[in-house]
Design a protein around this ligand. Structure first.
Ligand code: IPE
Ligand code: IPE
Ligand code: MG
Length: 235
Protein backbone atom coordinates (compact mmCIF):
# COMPACT_ATOMS: atom_id res chain seq x y z
CA UNK A 1 0.00 0.00 0.00
CA UNK A 2 1.28 3.49 -0.90
CA UNK A 3 1.51 6.31 1.64
CA UNK A 4 1.39 4.22 4.80
CA UNK A 5 1.73 5.98 8.16
CA UNK A 6 5.03 5.74 10.03
CA UNK A 7 3.51 5.82 13.49
CA UNK A 8 0.17 4.30 14.49
CA UNK A 9 -1.20 4.58 18.02
CA UNK A 10 -4.03 2.52 19.48
CA UNK A 11 -6.14 3.21 22.56
CA UNK A 12 -7.06 -0.40 23.28
CA UNK A 13 -10.43 0.18 24.91
CA UNK A 14 -13.50 -1.99 25.47
CA UNK A 15 -12.05 -5.14 27.05
CA UNK A 16 -14.37 -4.96 30.05
CA UNK A 17 -17.56 -4.37 28.04
CA UNK A 18 -16.60 -7.11 25.59
CA UNK A 19 -16.51 -9.55 28.51
CA UNK A 20 -19.55 -8.23 30.39
CA UNK A 21 -21.73 -8.43 27.29
CA UNK A 22 -20.74 -12.08 26.95
CA UNK A 23 -21.54 -12.77 30.60
CA UNK A 24 -17.84 -13.24 31.41
CA UNK A 25 -15.59 -11.61 33.99
CA UNK A 26 -13.80 -8.38 32.98
CA UNK A 27 -10.49 -10.22 33.33
CA UNK A 28 -11.49 -12.49 30.43
CA UNK A 29 -11.72 -9.38 28.26
CA UNK A 30 -8.22 -8.31 29.24
CA UNK A 31 -6.94 -11.79 28.40
CA UNK A 32 -8.47 -11.67 24.93
CA UNK A 33 -7.22 -8.10 24.54
CA UNK A 34 -3.66 -9.34 25.04
CA UNK A 35 -4.14 -11.91 22.26
CA UNK A 36 -5.49 -9.18 19.97
CA UNK A 37 -2.46 -7.00 20.74
CA UNK A 38 0.06 -9.69 19.88
CA UNK A 39 -1.76 -10.33 16.62
CA UNK A 40 -2.02 -6.69 15.60
CA UNK A 41 1.63 -5.96 16.45
CA UNK A 42 2.74 -8.73 14.08
CA UNK A 43 0.33 -7.63 11.36
CA UNK A 44 1.39 -3.98 11.59
CA UNK A 45 5.00 -5.10 11.18
CA UNK A 46 4.09 -7.20 8.18
CA UNK A 47 2.44 -4.18 6.58
CA UNK A 48 5.63 -2.17 7.07
CA UNK A 49 4.54 0.10 9.93
CA UNK A 50 7.66 1.36 11.70
CA UNK A 51 6.19 2.38 15.06
CA UNK A 52 3.13 1.12 16.92
CA UNK A 53 2.23 2.74 20.26
CA UNK A 54 -0.40 1.09 22.42
CA UNK A 55 -2.17 2.32 25.55
CA UNK A 56 -2.05 -0.63 27.93
CA UNK A 57 -2.62 1.01 31.33
CA UNK A 58 -3.13 4.65 32.25
CA UNK A 59 -2.03 6.42 35.43
CA UNK A 60 -5.74 6.83 36.12
CA UNK A 61 -6.43 3.09 35.75
CA UNK A 62 -5.03 2.71 39.29
CA UNK A 63 -8.46 3.97 40.39
CA UNK A 64 -9.85 0.51 39.53
CA UNK A 65 -10.27 -2.31 42.03
CA UNK A 66 -7.11 -3.89 43.39
CA UNK A 67 -8.28 -7.17 41.90
CA UNK A 68 -8.48 -5.73 38.37
CA UNK A 69 -5.17 -3.85 38.67
CA UNK A 70 -3.42 -7.00 39.96
CA UNK A 71 -4.90 -9.09 37.18
CA UNK A 72 -3.69 -6.65 34.54
CA UNK A 73 -0.19 -6.48 36.01
CA UNK A 74 0.04 -10.28 36.28
CA UNK A 75 -1.13 -10.58 32.68
CA UNK A 76 1.50 -8.12 31.50
CA UNK A 77 4.25 -10.00 33.33
CA UNK A 78 3.03 -13.29 31.88
CA UNK A 79 3.11 -11.85 28.37
CA UNK A 80 6.50 -10.22 28.76
CA UNK A 81 8.04 -13.40 30.18
CA UNK A 82 6.34 -16.11 28.13
CA UNK A 83 4.17 -15.04 25.28
CA UNK A 84 6.03 -12.51 23.21
CA UNK A 85 8.45 -14.97 21.59
CA UNK A 86 7.02 -14.43 18.13
CA UNK A 87 7.17 -10.68 18.52
CA UNK A 88 10.80 -10.96 19.59
CA UNK A 89 11.72 -13.41 16.80
CA UNK A 90 10.01 -11.15 14.30
CA UNK A 91 12.51 -8.40 15.08
CA UNK A 92 10.20 -6.07 16.97
CA UNK A 93 11.92 -3.81 19.49
CA UNK A 94 9.83 -3.21 22.61
CA UNK A 95 10.05 0.07 24.49
CA UNK A 96 7.92 1.58 27.26
CA UNK A 97 6.40 4.94 28.00
CA UNK A 98 5.17 5.85 31.43
CA UNK A 99 6.24 6.39 35.02
CA UNK A 100 8.07 3.57 36.77
CA UNK A 101 6.96 4.86 40.19
CA UNK A 102 3.92 2.97 41.54
CA UNK A 103 4.67 -0.10 39.44
CA UNK A 104 5.34 -3.34 41.33
CA UNK A 105 8.99 -4.45 41.39
CA UNK A 106 8.13 -7.68 39.52
CA UNK A 107 6.50 -5.62 36.76
CA UNK A 108 9.59 -3.41 36.48
CA UNK A 109 11.79 -6.51 36.33
CA UNK A 110 9.72 -8.01 33.51
CA UNK A 111 9.79 -4.68 31.63
CA UNK A 112 13.57 -4.41 31.94
CA UNK A 113 13.94 -7.99 30.75
CA UNK A 114 11.96 -7.50 27.60
CA UNK A 115 13.63 -4.18 26.83
CA UNK A 116 16.97 -5.97 27.07
CA UNK A 117 15.88 -8.98 25.05
CA UNK A 118 14.66 -6.83 22.15
CA UNK A 119 17.06 -3.90 22.26
CA UNK A 120 18.93 -4.94 19.10
CA UNK A 121 15.79 -5.63 17.06
CA UNK A 122 15.47 -3.20 14.19
CA UNK A 123 12.44 -4.13 12.12
CA UNK A 124 10.06 -1.85 13.98
CA UNK A 125 9.16 -0.52 17.42
CA UNK A 126 6.31 -1.50 19.73
CA UNK A 127 5.92 1.28 22.32
CA UNK A 128 3.86 0.02 25.26
CA UNK A 129 2.33 2.81 27.32
CA UNK A 130 2.08 1.54 30.86
CA UNK A 131 1.28 3.65 33.90
CA UNK A 132 1.15 6.32 31.22
CA UNK A 133 -0.48 9.73 31.25
CA UNK A 134 0.10 12.40 28.62
CA UNK A 135 -0.15 15.31 31.04
CA UNK A 136 2.31 13.51 33.33
CA UNK A 137 4.64 13.05 30.33
CA UNK A 138 4.49 16.76 29.53
CA UNK A 139 5.15 17.68 33.17
CA UNK A 140 8.10 15.24 33.29
CA UNK A 141 9.48 16.66 30.02
CA UNK A 142 9.19 20.19 31.39
CA UNK A 143 11.18 19.20 34.48
CA UNK A 144 13.92 17.60 32.33
CA UNK A 145 14.13 20.75 30.20
CA UNK A 146 14.34 22.88 33.34
CA UNK A 147 17.24 20.74 34.53
CA UNK A 148 19.09 20.98 31.21
CA UNK A 149 18.63 24.75 31.18
CA UNK A 150 19.90 24.99 34.75
CA UNK A 151 22.95 22.87 33.93
CA UNK A 152 23.54 24.99 30.82
CA UNK A 153 23.28 21.88 28.61
CA UNK A 154 20.84 23.76 26.39
CA UNK A 155 19.82 27.35 25.71
CA UNK A 156 16.26 28.66 25.59
CA UNK A 157 16.38 28.89 21.80
CA UNK A 158 17.16 25.16 21.61
CA UNK A 159 13.63 24.39 22.82
CA UNK A 160 11.41 24.02 19.78
CA UNK A 161 8.33 21.96 18.98
CA UNK A 162 10.63 19.46 17.22
CA UNK A 163 13.34 19.25 19.89
CA UNK A 164 10.66 18.81 22.57
CA UNK A 165 10.26 15.20 21.39
CA UNK A 166 13.68 14.41 22.86
CA UNK A 167 12.25 15.08 26.31
CA UNK A 168 9.25 12.79 26.00
CA UNK A 169 9.46 9.24 27.39
CA UNK A 170 10.53 7.93 23.98
CA UNK A 171 11.82 9.94 21.07
CA UNK A 172 9.47 8.70 18.35
CA UNK A 173 8.05 10.34 15.22
CA UNK A 174 4.72 12.20 15.55
CA UNK A 175 1.62 9.99 15.46
CA UNK A 176 0.06 9.79 11.98
CA UNK A 177 -2.95 7.62 12.85
CA UNK A 178 -4.72 7.33 16.19
CA UNK A 179 -7.24 4.51 16.58
CA UNK A 180 -9.52 4.16 19.59
CA UNK A 181 -11.54 0.99 19.79
CA UNK A 182 -14.49 0.48 22.13
CA UNK A 183 -17.01 3.15 21.00
CA UNK A 184 -15.86 6.08 23.17
CA UNK A 185 -14.74 9.26 21.41
CA UNK A 186 -12.12 10.78 23.68
CA UNK A 187 -8.36 10.73 24.22
CA UNK A 188 -8.30 9.82 27.94
CA UNK A 189 -4.90 11.48 28.54
CA UNK A 190 -3.09 9.67 25.72
CA UNK A 191 -0.11 11.17 23.86
CA UNK A 192 -1.51 14.70 23.73
CA UNK A 193 1.74 16.19 22.40
CA UNK A 194 2.27 13.54 19.71
CA UNK A 195 -1.26 13.52 18.21
CA UNK A 196 -1.21 17.19 17.10
CA UNK A 197 -1.75 16.31 13.44
CA UNK A 198 -2.86 12.69 13.76
CA UNK A 199 -5.78 11.39 11.72
CA UNK A 200 -8.37 10.13 14.21
CA UNK A 201 -10.35 6.90 14.00
CA UNK A 202 -12.96 5.97 16.60
CA UNK A 203 -14.14 2.42 16.03
CA UNK A 204 -17.24 0.69 17.37
CA UNK A 205 -15.42 -2.62 17.78
CA UNK A 206 -14.25 -3.68 21.27
CA UNK A 207 -10.50 -4.23 21.41
CA UNK A 208 -10.59 -8.05 21.84
CA UNK A 209 -12.44 -8.22 18.48
CA UNK A 210 -10.11 -5.76 16.71
CA UNK A 211 -8.54 -7.67 13.83
CA UNK A 212 -6.33 -7.34 10.75
CA UNK A 213 -9.26 -6.35 8.55
CA UNK A 214 -10.16 -3.45 10.88
CA UNK A 215 -6.59 -2.14 10.70
CA UNK A 216 -6.50 -2.57 6.94
CA UNK A 217 -9.72 -0.57 6.54
CA UNK A 218 -8.32 2.27 8.63
CA UNK A 219 -5.15 2.32 6.55
CA UNK A 220 -7.05 2.24 3.28
CA UNK A 221 -9.05 5.24 4.44
CA UNK A 222 -5.93 7.00 5.73
CA UNK A 223 -4.22 6.85 2.34
CA UNK A 224 -7.18 8.84 0.92
CA UNK A 225 -7.11 11.60 3.53
CA UNK A 226 -5.63 14.96 2.66
CA UNK A 227 -3.23 15.98 5.42
CA UNK A 228 -2.62 19.70 5.05
CA UNK A 229 -0.71 20.58 8.22
CA UNK A 230 -2.11 24.09 8.07
CA UNK A 231 -1.20 24.62 4.41
CA UNK A 232 -3.67 24.82 1.51
CA UNK A 233 -2.10 22.20 -0.76
CA UNK A 234 -4.29 19.63 -2.55
CA UNK A 235 -7.49 21.40 -1.45
C1 IPE B 1 -9.19 -1.20 28.12
O1 IPE B 1 -10.41 -1.79 28.37
C2 IPE B 1 -8.07 -1.82 28.91
C3 IPE B 1 -7.62 -1.00 30.03
C4 IPE B 1 -8.04 0.19 30.32
C5 IPE B 1 -6.62 -1.57 30.89
P1 IPE B 1 -11.33 -1.37 29.59
O2 IPE B 1 -10.93 -2.19 30.78
O3 IPE B 1 -11.30 0.09 29.81
O4 IPE B 1 -12.73 -1.83 29.06
P2 IPE B 1 -14.08 -1.04 29.18
O5 IPE B 1 -13.86 0.32 28.61
O6 IPE B 1 -14.43 -1.01 30.63
O7 IPE B 1 -15.04 -1.84 28.37
C1 IPE C 1 -8.02 4.43 28.31
O1 IPE C 1 -9.18 3.73 28.55
C2 IPE C 1 -6.85 3.68 28.87
C3 IPE C 1 -6.47 2.47 28.18
C4 IPE C 1 -7.05 1.98 27.10
C5 IPE C 1 -5.36 1.74 28.73
P1 IPE C 1 -10.10 3.99 29.84
O2 IPE C 1 -11.16 2.98 29.79
O3 IPE C 1 -9.24 4.06 31.05
O4 IPE C 1 -10.65 5.46 29.53
P2 IPE C 1 -11.95 6.18 30.09
O5 IPE C 1 -11.98 5.98 31.58
O6 IPE C 1 -13.12 5.55 29.42
O7 IPE C 1 -11.79 7.62 29.69
MG1 MG D 1 -12.41 1.63 29.07
Amino acid sequence: MEGLPKHIAIIMDGNGRWATEKGKKRSEGHKQGAVALENIALYAKQLGIKVLSVYAFSTDNFKRSQEEVDYLMDLLIYYFNNKLDRVIKDGIKIVFSGRKENLRPDVILAINNIINKTKDNQECILNICLNYGAQEEIVDATLKIHQDLNNKKIKEEDITRESYYKYLYQELPPIDVLIRTGKEKRLSNFMLYQVSYAELYFLDVYFPDFNNQDLLEVLQDYTKRNRRFGDVKNN
